[in-house]
Design a protein around this ligand. Structure first.
Ligand code: NAG
Ligand code: NAG
Ligand code: NAG
Ligand code: NAG
Length: 660
């Protein structure tokens, strides 16, 4: 009876939680034509509802069959002295923000925003290449037979399990390391009975209070997922922590792996200590070094390596010349765990109070805008193109026990079948309310009393800037949402531009770019929502375009002759070189057709040289790499002709350009 009640509770708890809308969060989707995702364990543990999430972008008007046909957003990096801004937007369901005195909130909450990149010209093991994959299967995993398996046994285990056509964010090595390393036994696990790895003799970091059975999602490490800041090196770079209150910010910024090194036990395959094992069962300095040959090593996080400086002197001397505070340290992914390398350091993450949101709402902040954070994209001094993903975690805890100071000493302790110490929280307790034998039952699942949700983007690129953009402040202007009406898309959202109110200076530029899918049919299974893909044009397809309207309240675009925007706009960069410069008609035509035409006459993609554009953009591509626009002062309103529909959905925005 009790068991059944727990199961029911667990199911009821899997509901709307955190959804990233820009860049598009996958919520573990890939290209499903159904409203439900096919596999909630595909890449990471979201703990979200099966609905929601956005499909990977398609580069053309057809569903991608291979990786080259998937569209990866291409954002320009910041420059040495000029920022690129990207609006990260999400909704979270249980509320966040507020302050203790005059606005007490109902949950404690923090939001952690991070990213992970690797050079697009990746030279490492092809099995470790960051990718979205072509099917919705999760990567395979087979456990090591012993903690001391040979190098060749490890390599063949990895080769046999990692499939090239499946999603890969964290590497196989990362998960394996987590599988082998003993979990942090100092953590509060309440009355949860955490399992042990059969045969390896430990209860490892794949078991946590929130994941007592060690379920696997992609190659994510559960202990790392549940806790932040993590106490071992991780492949993640921190962007920002939106905290419960500002007081706790110094804790986060000081302990971020961006700026604080963390240790790990290093073991070697042989006595010459040249090739390090990727894993060790020891999770502490003292236990590690009880075994001869093992060493506890402090590792450093970094933005990228600077291998051209191959000695400490060269590395440190280059600081002044390059104006970068290089560090000479052992990187977290070092092969031998002893050679120092020249590294471009990461800045402290930003920390501020989380935006206030209403509980049980999955909606806007108090300001009437969705929760958002403007990410100033990193600058990679090497000038290399990077392949990246973005991760946002939403963590809620309660004050029923002190969330920061309750540890293993409060865990339920059972000796010989008898509970000798009870946890401060237990599953579905009944409480006496003074009615004698009629206590009331509370809904408490100790695995979820204090819980972390997550969403991640699909793969995108951070591209080096072409010289014409070297000193420009760049604002990314994108589209969020997917096809369908409000109930069909929920908890994802309908289409809109983002940011849809953008103010910039006359010497700043806007990178207009969007992505869409051809498989957003939102069909069955639709879980606990409605199936369907209400909208214009061919079913299941996302299409966007950009045309000027003269008033935000209008739904008819201005005829080209009446537009003010294009005479005032210069194309500073374009995916196709022929579009660069000042050519009002061609620019207007290009963005109005989602790149279908590049000019009216005299170019290869001209109006005369192609089949006619279908009036609802069906034969245009779902994604548009875009143009970088520089505009003269003025206020410009715009909309998407295909999707904007007065009573059904609005897809409009405004760019305000002020004098420099
Ligand atoms: C979530 O909050 C708890 C405090 O209850 C903290 O121990 C944990 O590290 C946090 N996890 C994340 C991912 O922020
Ligand atoms: C801020 O949050 C921390 C962690 O929950 C708490 O210990 C502290 O009392 C809070 N400070 C304020 C001013 O609310
Ligand atoms: C982000 O949130 C801030 C604060 O609420 C708001 O002023 C801003 O307009 C929001 N930006 C976007 C793109 O929604
Ligand atoms: C709005 O949606 C309804 C229901 O899907 C549909 O019948 C109607 O034609 C749509 N209106 C417009 C202007 O697209």
């Amino acid at each position: 009876m009790l068991k059944l009640a727990c199961c029911l509770l667990a199911v009821a708890c899997v509901s709307a939680d955190i959804y990233m809308h820009n860049p598009r969060g996958s919520n573990n989707r890939l290209n499903e034509r159904s409203a439900n995702r096919a596999n909630g364990n595909r890449a990471f543990d979201s703990q979200n509802n099966n609905r929601g999430g956005y499909n990977v972008g398609d580069a053309t008007d057809e569903a991608a069959q291979n990786e080259a046909q998937q569209y990866q957003m291409k954002f320009f990096q910041s420059g040495a002295n000029a920022a690129s801004h990207l609006a990260v937007e999400w909704t979270n369901q249980h509320g966040c923000g507020g302050n203790e005195d005059d606005d007490p909130h109902k949950v404690n909450c923090n939001i952690v925003i991070q990213y992970m990149c690797q050079p697009a010209e990746f030279e490492g093991n092809a099995k470790d290449r960051l990718r979205d994959g072509l099917n919705t299967n999760r990567q395979d995993y087979a456990r090591p037979r012993s903690n001391l398996e040979s190098r060749s046994a490890f390599q063949s285990r990895k080769n046999n399990n990692v499939k090239d056509n499946r999603v890969l964010f964290e590497t196989f090595d990362w998960y394996d390391k987590c599988f082998v390393r003993e979990r942090n036994k100092g953590l509060f696990t309440a009355d949860q009975n955490l399992r042990t790895n059969n045969g390896l003799g430990v209860s490892s970091a794949i078991y946590t209070r929130q994941n007592r059975n060690g379920d696997r999602r992609g190659y994510e490490c559960p202990e790392e997922r549940d806790y932040y800041p993590y106490w071992h090196p991780t492949p993640w770079k921190d962007i920002a922590i939106l905290a419960e209150n500002a007081t706790i910010c110094s804790h986060y910024t000081k302990k971020s792996f961006n700026v604080q090194h963390y240790g790990e036990c290093v073991e070697y395959y042989d006595d010459t200590q040249t090739v390090r094992r990727h894993s060790s069962k020891y999770n502490s300095h003292c236990l590690c070094e009880t075994v001869p040959g093992n060493r506890w090593v402090d590792f450093y996080n970094y933005l990228e390596k600077a291998p051209q400086y191959d000695t400490e002197t060269k590395c440190i001397d280059a600081r002044l010349k390059d104006n970068i505070e290089y560090i000479w340290q052992i990187p977290y992914d070092s092969v031998d765990a002893q050679s120092k390398e020249c590294l471009v350091p990461l800045p402290e993450p930003e920390c501020m109070e989380a935006p206030w949101t209403r509980v049980n709402h999955n909606g806007n902040t108090r300001d009437g805008v969705a929760s958002n954070y403007t990410w100033t994209l990193p600058y990679f001094p090497s000038g290399s193109d990077q392949r990246c993903i973005l991760r946002v975690r939403y963590n809620i805890s309660t004050d029923d026990y002190d969330p920061y100071n309750t540890d293993h000493t409060s865990n339920r302790k059972v000796v010989g079948g008898t509970i000798v110490r009870e946890s401060p929280i237990t599953g579905n307790p009944t409480v006496d309310i003074g009615a004698g034998l009629s206590p009331l039952r509370l809904n408490i699942n100790t695995a979820q009393f204090g819980r972390t949700f997550q969403d991640r983007s699909h793969v995108f690129h951070l591209k080096p800037r072409p010289t014409e953009l070297a000193d420009k402040t760049i604002y990314n202007l994108n589209v969020r949402g997917k096809r369908g009406n409000i109930v069909q898309t929920y908890p994802a959202v309908e289409y809109d531009f983002i940011p849809n109110d953008l103010t910039l200076k006359a010497n700043d530029v806007v990178h207009l770019q969007w992505t869409g899918s051809n498989t957003h049919n939102n069909g069955n299974p639709a879980g606990d929502g409605q199936a369907g893909d209400a909208g214009q044009g061919q079913g299941g397809t996302d299409r966007h375009n950009f045309v000027q309207i003269l008033d935000r309240n209008h739904n008819f675009p201005a005829p080209f002759e009446a537009t003010s925007m294009w005479d005032n706009t210069e194309v500073v960069w374009a995916y196709s070189a022929g579009l660069v410069g000042k050519n009002p008609l061609n620019t207007a035509l290009n963005v109005a057709t989602s790149g279908y035409y590049e000019c009216s006459t005299e170019c290869s993609e001209s109006v005369g040289s192609k089949d006619n554009l279908q009036a609802q953009l069906n034969n245009a591509a779902a994604s548009f790499e875009g143009l970088v626009l520089k505009m003269s002062p003025g206020k410009y309103h715009y909309m998407s002709t295909r999707n904007n529909a007065f009573t059904n959905r609005s897809q409009k925005g405004t760019i305000t350009v002020v004098a420099a």
